[in-house]
Design a protein around this ligand. Structure first.
Ligand code: FAQ
Length: 336
């Protein structure tokens, strides 16, 4: 009888795991990980995947109304990219042992969170510019850091996603720059859109660090590399200069440059509004969930057809293998 090597107890495994994190090693799906690390990743990655998919809706609203064929093609491609991002991240989440159907069900049941930003309406064409520039811009600042996250599949998904988000940001800024140097009505449309999207974009980074319940754990395990406030500040510093470059105005009377830190400091963020939206009472929460539920119901026949086709292929392959094993030549002219 062979004797198995003793299994290290959880405290030893935890110490080994934390040593790997401290050494900046990547954690991979088959590696041992504390259950809490796994649960935090599932929470954050599934919220992220849902955000990408729900995030297709505000821009999808303008595909049929884009002002030129060029703009329409770009917008179609962008919205499709966001769907692809959702799929990569759902796949990444599945490496942690969850089923994506369960995750999607949590979204449809209103139990899962997704980014607050997608609960605001898209009222003008300029909103396509503001979303690409500010929302994708904020996502890049956040996700460039997540590309260094300790969990390999998530970090690797972020590398590719950030490359695509860069195109998204550039096309959005180009829309805004074009409007800002257009007629006075076009410039006013760009400014009005910036006014509506500025504050919700700052909220995307989550509550202030002192109110961020998950940050300590996520930072300790190298999932987050910078805090909510640090990333928000980086985004503000980058974006104020871009607003000025196209001669628009940041909608914040308290905005000021702090020589001592080199930061642009904003007035207070309306956290009551943020929590209202996160808890499901934003301007478009019910519309967004309604659209996802309809899409899920209407797509049922596609899912069923895909499963039936996969089963048929498996059956055909099995039959072909059985025939081969019985020595039956496959097809005409198979014998010499
Ligand atoms: N919205 O303790 P923290 C995109 C919740 S992708 C809703 O600070 P954490 C691409 C948070 O879940 C945008 N809920 O949380 C695109 C937590 O509640 P819980 C999505 C929020 O995880 C562009 C509670 O508040 N990106 O835009 C929000 O440490 C254009 C306490 O907060 C990601 O998901 C919020 N904004 O930090 C697509 C990136 N903020 O779960 C289409 C990955 C916080 O304990 C078109 N996620 N909450 O019940 C992250 O980096 C982090 O999860 C944060 C939040 C930074 C979002």
């Amino acid at each position: 009888m062979t004797t198995m090597p003793p299994v290290a107890d959880d405290s030893a495994r935890l110490a080994a795991f934390e040593a790997r994190i401290a050494a900046d090693e990547s954690i991979e799906p088959k590696d041992w990980m504390p259950e809490r690390y796994r649960a935090q990743l599932i929470r954050m990655m599934s919220q992220h995947a849902h955000s990408e998919v729900v995030g297709m809706l505000p821009e999808g609203n303008w595909i049929t109304r884009a002002p030129s064929l060029r703009r329409k093609m770009i917008l179609l491609a962008k919205v499709q990219d966001e769907g692809g991002h959702g799929l990569y991240i759902y796949c990444g989440t599945e490496t942690l042992g969850v089923d994506r159907h369960d995750l999607v069900q949590q979204l449809l049941d209103g139990k899962a969170k997704y980014s607050s930003i997608f609960n605001y309406p898209t009222l003008s064409w300029a909103d396509m510019g503001a979303i690409g520039w500010l929302v994708d811009g904020a996502a890049i600042v956040n996700q460039t850091m997540l590309a260094k996250a300790s969990y390999g599949p998530y970090a690797r998904a972020m590398v590719r996603i950030c490359k695509e988000e860069n195109f998204h940001k550039k096309q959005g800024y180009e829309i805004m720059a074009t409007l800002a140097r257009g007629t006075s009505a076009q410039k006013a449309m760009a400014q009005e859109s910036l006014n509506r999207w500025w504050w919700p974009s700052l909220m995307m980074f989550g509550p202030h660090d002192k109110d961020s319940s998950n940050s300590d754990e996520l930072m300790r395990w190298g999932i987050k590399r910078k805090s909510n406030d640090e990333l928000r500040q980086r985004f503000i510093n980058l974006t104020v200069a871009q607003v000025q470059a196209i001669d628009l105005t940041v909608p914040d009377p308290d905005l000021r440059f702090d020589e001592a830190t080199g930061n642009w400091l904003t007035g207070p963020i309306d956290w009551d509004e943020f929590w209202r939206v996160v808890k499901g009472n934003g301007p478009c929460n019910s519309e967004r969930l309604g659209a996802r539920r309809n899409a899920h119901a209407e797509g049922r026949w596609v899912r069923e057809a895909a499963v039936a086709f996969a089963e048929k292929q498996q059956r055909d392959n099995r039959e072909a293998t059985e025939k081969q094993q019985m020595g039956t030549p496959l097809g005409d002219g198979a014998s010499a």
